[in-house]
Design a protein around this ligand. Structure first.
Ligand SMILES: *[C@@H]1O[C@H](CO)[C@@H](O)[C@H](O)[C@H]1NC(C)=O
Length: 299
């Protein structure tokens, strides 16, 4: 009863948002149309809390950028738009800058057909945090994205690609698809006119090896100035198709996002998101008053 009231309120809360998902949480197997037209094959759901390195769908690559948005992101979007290059953005809430300064950039990413995933609130090494603090790193960004876009992502990539079993357990409980990727340009380590050549070479070598999920960083100067254009040219020369990472896992945009948090583990009480928001900003209740794992709506 309380749960359905909560959902009702939540649904009303998001009724004004532009995007409305077909389903809140997609955990069951779904039918997928096959290239030859057959649609009777049921594909397994993309698992939560398990490491994913490469695309499921053949013939595409998924370039994905971490750590932004920042001052270079809009210009990178311009170049991608001109080339019909589709990307995924694993964004932070508070890294180089505060996410609320980039509302328009995030909305533009969506309008261009890119995907937004979570790279946590403040880019901490999750393997060094308690499960509660790891969850808070996720739910703080969820709250910001609900405020800005009206919904939150189901995909994440851990900062520094760092995780342990406790981190993966939190991602499973919060129902996140965990992307690692297989084509790491290591661009952050190659930030000079000569060294960026190493990142270019890793990109080419990775494509030659058939790798599909890319890692680069839109806030790095030489990635912005050199590597992005090289990636776009290389992809065009090879006739490769770029897609958001959710598409390369065979999921439709309605499955890349959700408007409600995962149902809390059994034995705990779900709290509607807007109440979490109230408590977390109230001077009388710190966010620690609520366990982030229960700060969601009962399924
Ligand atoms: C971004 O969106 C949030 C939520 O709607 C709003 O509070 C904030 O003022 C916006 N920021 C800017 C710079 O417009």
């Amino acid at each position: 009863m309380a749960a359905s009231l909560g959902r009702c309120l939540l649904v009303s809360l998001f009724a004004l948002s532009q995007w409305s998902p077909n389903s809140l949480v997609a955990a069951s197997p779904r039918p997928h149309a096959q290239p030859n037209g057959e649609s009777n094959i049921v594909k397994r759901a993309v698992p939560y809390g398990e490491l994913i390195y490469g695309c499921d769908v053949p013939g595409v690559i998924a370039p994905a950028f971490d750590d932004g948005p920042w001052i270079y992101t809009e210009d990178i979007l311009d170049r991608m738009e001109a080339a019909n290059f589709k990307a995924t953005w694993f964004i932070n809430g508070q890294n180089k800058d505060n996410i609320y300064k980039y509302n328009a950039t995030l909305k533009r990413m969506i309008a261009l057909g890119h995907q937004i995933g979570s790279h946590t609130w403040s880019h901490k090494d999750l393997a060094t945090l308690t499960p509660t603090d790891t969850a808070l790193q996720m739910t703080q960004l969820e709250e910001a994205l609900v405020n800005i876009l009206g919904y939150m992502p189901t995909y994440m990539r851990p900062p520094f690609l760092s995780y342990n079993q406790a981190v993966l357990d939190v991602m499973r409980d919060l129902q996140y698809v965990v992307i690692i990727g297989d084509l790491n340009t290591r661009d952050w380590a190659y930030q000079s006119a000569t060294e960026i050549e190493n990142a270019k070479q890793l990109f080419v070598t990775g494509l030659d090896q058939g790798f599909t999920i890319v890692e680069a960083h839109d806030q790095e100067e030489w990635t912005h100035g050199v590597l992005i254009d090289f990636m776009i040219q290389t992809v065009q020369q090879r006739g490769l198709v770029t897609v958001p990472v959710g598409a390369c896992m065979g999921q439709s945009p309605s499955e890349w996002y959700r408007t409600a948090r995962a149902p809390p583990p059994s034995g705990t009480v779900g709290i509607p998101l807007f109440l979490c928001s109230f408590f977390s900003t109230s001077p009388f209740f710190g966010f620690s008053f609520l366990s982030p794992l229960t700060c969601g709506i009962q399924g």
